[in-house]
Design a protein around this ligand. Structure first.
Ligand code: PLP
Length: 370
C-alpha cells in the first residue's frame, strides 16, 4: 500500500473557521468590520497590551511598526542574523539599515552579549525575533535597550502563545508584530498585527495603514498612507483559531514530546536547547544533524516532507555583508525542520523517527563497508 505524503506543515482549520467566514459573508462584512474589531480586542487581551491593530500581513506589520516608531533614513536597527528575511527587509523598506547580530548556539535567538558591540551612534532600535516559537532573552534585551536609550520592536511572527518569565512575548517591546500566515501558530491565511501600549504609536499605525487617515469614509488625508488593512474574512478565521488556541498549543507540545521520545536513543540527532525561562510553543520541530540535506533527500523518498532552516541574512544574495556569524551558519548547516503540523498522528511520528533511524543505520553500514 502506498503511504500518503506527510507534509512539513499544514494549517489546522475546519468547520469552525468555515462557520465564522460564512457568517461574515451573510452579514456582507467582507472588508474590515465587526469581526476585525473583535479579533483585535481578543488579541490585545491575549497579549496583555492596550492596542492590537490588524494589518494585511506580518511583513507590513513590521514596516508599519517601524515607521510608527519614527525609524527611517540614517537609522540602524539591530536584527538577528538568523531569521526569516522579512525581519530585515521591513527595516530596509522603512529606509533604515539592518545591522546583523549573531544568535546563540543553544536557542538560535539573538545573542544579547553581542548586541551591545553592534550599537553605534545611529542605532535606534533592537528587533528580537522569537525564533521557532521560543522566546528571545527579553530581560537582557530590555536592559540593554534602556541602558542605551533604544526602542524595541519584537518580531513575534512565530511567537503566538510563547511566554518569557510568565509574560507573553509581544508585550515587552515598544511595538510588536505578529504574522498569521498559513503556517503560523494561529492563522488567518495572510494577516498580521501590530501591538503596542502607546496611544500615539497606535494612532500612527492606523493612519499609515489606512491611507493617511484614522477611519474610512473620510476624504481629508493629512498624511500619505497605504492600504495595509486586514479584512473581516481574515478576522473570522482568526476568531475561530483563537478559540482553538489552547488546543493548538497542547497539540504542538505533544508532538514535540513524542519526537523527543522516539529519537532519544539516536546519538546522531540533537534537539535545540529549550530555555527554562520561557514557555515555548514549537512552531516548528527542529533537529540538529550532521548532514540535513542528505537526511532531507532520504526522507523525501519516503514521502516525509522536511525543510532546511534559514540561510544567514548576511550571506543572502540580496544582502551579502561580511562578518563573523558562526552560530547562524551552524544553524543553517545543521538544522532540519521535521513535519510539524498539528494534525500529525503518533503513528506518523513513530514512522518518521523510524525512517530517521534507518537513514543513520544505512549511513553507518556505508561508512563501514568503505
Ligand atoms: C520571523 C518572521 N518575521 C516576519 C514574517 C513575515 O510575516 P508574513 O509572512 O505574514 O508577511 C515571518 C513569516 O514567516 C516570520 O517568520
Amino acid at each position: 500500500m502506498k503511504r500518503k505524503i506527510i507534509p512539513q506543515i499544514e494549517p489546522y482549520i475546519g468547520k469552525e473557521e468555515i462557520k465564522e467566514v460564512i457568517e461574515s459573508i451573510k452579514a456582507k462584512w467582507i472588508s474590515g468590520g465587526p469581526k476585525l474589531k473583535k479579533f483585535q480586542e481578543k488579541i490585545a487581551k491575549l497579549f496583555c497590551v492596550k492596542h492590537a491593530i490588524g494589518v494585511c500581513n506580518g511583513t507590513q506589520a513590521l514596516y508599519v511598526g517601524l515607521k510608527a516608531l519614527g525609524i527611517g533614513k540614517g537609522d540602524e536597527v539591530i536584527v538577528p542574523n538568523f531569521t526569516f528575511i522579512a525581519s530585515a527587509n521591513a527595516v530596509v523598506w522603512a529606509g533604515a539599515k539592518p545591522v546583523f547580530v549573531d544568535v546563540e548556539k543553544s536557542t538560535f535567538n539573538i545573542d544579547p552579549q553581542k548586541i551591545e558591540k553592534a550599537i553605534t551612534k545611529r542605532t535606534k532600535a533592537i528587533m528580537p525575533v522569537h525564533i521557532y516559537g521560543q522566546a528571545a532573552k527579553m530581560s537582557e534585551i530590555m536592559r540593554i535597550a534602556r541602558r542605551n536609550k533604544l526602542l524595541v520592536i519584537e518580531d513575534a511572527a512565530q511567537g503566538v502563545g510563547v511566554k518569557y518569565k510568565g509574560k507573553p512575548v509581544g508585550s515587552f517591546g515598544d511595538v510588536s508584530c505578529l504574522s498569521f500566515y498559513a503556517d503560523k501558530i494561529l492563522t488567518t491565511g495572510e494577516g498580521g498585527m501590530v501591538l503596542t501600549n502607546n496611544d500615539e504609536i497606535a494612532k500612527r499605525c492606523i493612519i499609515l495603514l489606512n491611507q493617511g487617515r484614522t477611519s474610512r469614509g473620510w476624504y481629508i488625508h493629512e498624511h500619505i498612507g497605504y492600504n495595509f488593512r486586514m479584512t473581516d474574512l481574515q478576522a473570522a478565521v482568526g476568531l475561530a483559531q483563537l478559540k482553538k488556541l489552547p488546543q493548538l498549543i497542547k497539540k504542538r507540545k505533544r508532538i514535540e514530546k513524542l519526537y523527543r521520545k522516539y529519537l532519544a536513543d539516536v546519538d546522531e540527532v540533537k534537539f535545540p536547547y529549550i530555555d527554562p525561562d520561557g514557555f515555548n510553543v514549537p512552531f516548528r520541530i527542529t533537529i540538529l544533524v550532521e548532514e540535513p540535506q542528505a537526511l532531507m533527500e532520504f526522507l523525501d523518498k519516503k514521502g516525509i516532507k522536511t525543510a532546511r532552516s534559514f540561510y544567514p541574512l548576511n550571506m543572502q544574495p540580496c544582502y551579502k555583508i561580511k562578518g563573523d556569524f558562526p552560530n547562524s551558519l551552524y544553524a543553517y548547516k545543521h538544522l532540519l525542520r521535521l513535519p510539524s503540523g498539528v494534525n500529525l498522528k503518533e503513528t506518523e511520528i513513530k514512522y518518521i523517527c523510524q525512517e530517521i533511524k534507518n537513514f543513520f543505520k544505512k549511513n553507518v553500514s556505508k561508512a563501514t563497508s568503505k
